[in-house]
Write a protein that binds this ligand. Structure first.
Ligand code: ATP
Ligand code: MG
Length: 724
């Protein structure tokens, strides 16, 4: 291959990075400036021009998807098979290494990887065997503790209890956990990294072998490496390796998972000869989107500072839609998506981003109703999430005791001392007597079980009976609310101090929201609202699921959008308290991390960006009012265009005067400003609230709910409504 094609599509700074001499290189640059592109081209350059063997290249990406992308890009650039190349995530590469060197790593050849649920189960069993009180030593806290230590590269033997008895116990549990994993040949995710690190650290010959083999180490998203990942790289680089890392300090969003943006500075200390390359031209987004992102991130104080510019078109203004509530927001998003699809665009080119997982529910509902195929990227659809299935299983049992699969799902969740052995006895009994598990449980509790097991089973049966009795007269939403609490699920997940537990609690509370807005009576059959809700949930879980190859809209959290790009992006739920997240607003570091996340979100958009927020939101089962996110106000007004509801609006309610939303709106309205939910006064009917609007200009009509005169449709031009 001729040299030019590789360099052709690069600018000068990118070319400088790609062709940099074989010395440590740090490319530090903003979003969409071609960091990932540079990394890929660097690989191609080394192989094709410098004659480096593809075997001596190791490339680390952040996700499996990015790794696949890099493989295919290298493949298409070079036309060589790439399956055997060492391109992957940190976890993937560590795994590969351990498979090859299981003996040196002290593992059995058939070692098993356990995911975080397996890990948790293991810890629970361990606590039980040791007869440790699991209400004091909460399994999830133990799990969190262990993983945190491993991420820092620490084994139990390295830890000091500092005279703290609580810590002493944690350390000893960590030690027991290590023993069990070693005995069973089990390797959890954090262990993959730690073990791979130790493998090299303690095995000079092996390390030397890999140092000779992998001279070129390419790393993407370097700002989000944690201690053990960085340590691993440093070991491998040694004195002769050539690390080539790319990253953006403004996109460091995983501090809460142990990532340290400080590694960017550490890198320059550890490799004093480092060449730093800055890329400043952005190729992804329109000038409008880019300038908006730049303006937002400029509010952060701890930055390395860089200036991103583009030669690209100015592009459309960022559309901000201020929704009345979360359903109005979803309707709006879906309406715009429809237009987009109708114009012949690919669904996969559109992404809906949100801050917290539970927000997906209302959006999913809208997409399902509109029959727009979608996929939740990096996660499950709402009704497929484990905690939602748990809660539904309780509700199903309350409605129908003979539902065996629900019975099995929750009989011991949260743990209540009903072990696998007891369940097996029930199954046998149920099979032999052709009855449900519920009946079997009742029957065997009286004679076939030990008194401890029998008590546990009876307690479960009583719990379900009590839940059904106590909720008999309640509304659907209160039933659901009661169920998630009295089942113990909420407490169970609350004990999990990690991100997962919090998300699960939020999702459970969101199920109450779902019940609240569920409108029963749509079914032909005679059904109780609960049964109708349960069938709705079952259908939603199964329906609309796009198959892998189908073109579908992408839903994801802002976190999982890192590194990706889409022509059309919606950022939903841009409200203070939701984004920035409530728990971060009081803490300056937390707020800065949220702002970086916002920067990541905005810079995913290539052409069109919508930002939506709702004045009123039902989320996690609660209704709340919110101000538009402060991040919206950080976008210069000239880049924003307020999208109006069906009727022309000139002045929003609930929007602070300082926000850009307000500023742009004042300029528009010759026509009277109206929004849903707004309070108005009518000469004859008195005070009321706008419920609905339709039509444009002279035909614009509004529906108003008057406190004394009831609901009326009025023609705006004649009504002489006074805004309040
Ligand atoms: P992020 O920070 O979001 O990870 P990045 O810096 O890795 O972004 P890339 O994804 O590599 O940026 O590039 C962004 C977009 O710009 C891609 O579509 C890429 O193909 C395009 N691009 C990058 N450099 C050039 C160039 N010199 N000419 C044309 N297009 C380019
Ligand atoms: Mg990238």
């Amino acid at each position: 291959m001729d040299v030019t094609p590789i360099l052709d599509s690069l600018n000068d700074a990118q070319r400088q990075a790609v062709t940099a001499p074989a010395e440590p290189t740090l490319v530090i640059a903003g979003a969409g400036s071609g960091k990932t592109r540079v990394l890929v081209h660097r690989a191609a350059w080394l192989i094709d021009v410098e004659g480096v063997s593809p075997q001596s290249l190791l490339a680390v990406t952040f996700t499996n998807k990015a790794a696949a992308e890099m493989r295919s890009r290298v493949e298409s650039l070079l036309n060589i098979p790439v399956n055997h190349l060492w391109i992957g995530t940190f976890h993937g590469l560590a795994h590969r290494l351990l498979r090859r060197h299981w003996r040196e790593a002290g593992l059995p050849q058939n070692f098993q990887i356990i995911d975080s649920d397996d890990q948790l189960r293991l810890i629970k069993r361990l606590l039980k065997n040791l007869e440790v009180d699991d209400s004091r030593w909460v399994p999830r806290e133990v799990q969190y503790f262990i993983n945190e230590q491993k991420d820092e590269g620490l084994r139990s033997k390295h830890l000091d209890d500092d005279g703290d008895p609580h810590r002493r116990q944690m350390i000893s549990l960590y030690k027991e956990y290590e023993i069990i994993c070693d005995r069973g040949g089990l390797v959890d995710f954090a262990e993959l990294l730690l073990r791979a690190h130790e493998l090299w650290r303690d095995n000079a010959e092996l390390l030397a072998h890999y140092q000779r083999r992998f001279k070129h180490l390419l790393v993407d998203e370097f700002q989000d490496t944690n201690a053990i990942q960085y340590g691993w790289l440093r070991l491998l680089a040694g004195k002769t390796g050539v690390p080539f890392v790319v990253g953006d300090d403004d996109q460091s969003i995983y501090r809460w998972r142990g990532a340290r943006v400080e590694h960017i500075h550490q890198f320059q200390r550890d490799f004093p000869k480092t060449t730093v390359v800055k890329l400043e031209q952005n190729y992804r987004s329109t000038a409008t989107i880019l300038n908006a992102a730049n303006a937002v991130i400029a509010n952060n104080s701890s930055r390395m500072g860089k200036n991103l510019w583009t030669e690209g078109a100015e592009g459309e203004a960022i559309r901000v839609y201020s929704a009345y509530n979360e359903r109005d927001e979803a309707d709006f998003v879906i309406g715009r998506l429809r237009d987009w699809i109708d114009q012949g665009n690919l669904r996969a080119d559109a992404a809906i981003l949100y801050r917290s997982n539970a927000q997906s529910r209302v959006l999913e509902e809208g997409l399902i109703n509109a029959r727009i195929p979608y996929r939740v990227y990096g996660g499950l659809r709402f009704f497929e999430r484990a905690e939602i299935k748990d809660a539904l299983a309780y509700l199903r049992l309350m409605s129908n005791r003979d539902d065996d699969s629900s019975f099995e799902r929750v009989v011991n969740k949260p743990t209540r001392g009903i072990g696998a052995r007891t369940i097996e006895i029930m199954r046998q009994y149920a099979r032999a007597n052709s009855c449900s598990m519920w009946r079997a449980a009742g029957a065997i509790a009286s004679d076939e079980l030990s008194s401890r097991a029998a008590n546990a089973v009876l307690a479960f049966l009583n719990l379900i009976e009590r839940m059904a009795r106590d909720t008999a007269e309640l509304d659907l939403q209160d039933k659901v609310d009661h169920a998630i609490h009295s089942s113990g699920l909420i407490d169970f997940f609350k004990k999990d101090k990690g991100e997962k537990g919090e998300t699960r609690v939020e999702n459970l509370l969101e199920l109450v929201s779902a019940a609240k807005s569920f409108e029963p009576g749509m079914s032909e059959e005679e059904m109780s609202p609960l049964d109708e809700f349960l069938s709705h949930a079952a259908l939603e879980a199964g329906e609309g699921q796009a198959s892998a190859w189908e073109d579908c809209v992408q839903l994801m959290t802002m976190h999982s959008a890192k590194g990706l790009e889409f022509p059309l992006v919606f950022m939903c739920g841009m409200e203070d308290g939701l984004f920035p997240h409530q728990r971060s607003v009081a803490d300056p570091n937390g707020l800065e991390e949220e702002r970086r996340l916002c920067y990541v979100g905005i810079t995913r958009a290539k052409e069109t960006l919508y930002i939506t927020h709702a004045e009123q939101r039902r989320l996690h089962g609660m209704d709340s009012f919110a101000q538009p996110s402060r991040f919206i106000a950080e976008i210069p007004a000239e880049h924003i265009e307020e999208v109006r509801p069906r009727v022309q609006v000139s002045r929003p309610l609930h929007t602070p005067r300082s926000s850009p939303v307000t500023r742009t709106m004042v300029t528009t309205g010759a026509e009277m400003g109206i929004r849903l939910g707004q309070r108005v006064r009518h000469g004859k009917f008195g005070d009321g609230v706008i419920l609905n609007c339709e039509g444009q200009g002279a035909h614009a009509r509004v529906e108003v709910n008057f406190e004394n005169a009831g609901t009326k449709w009025l023609v705006l031009n004649y009504a002489n409504l006074e805004l309040m």
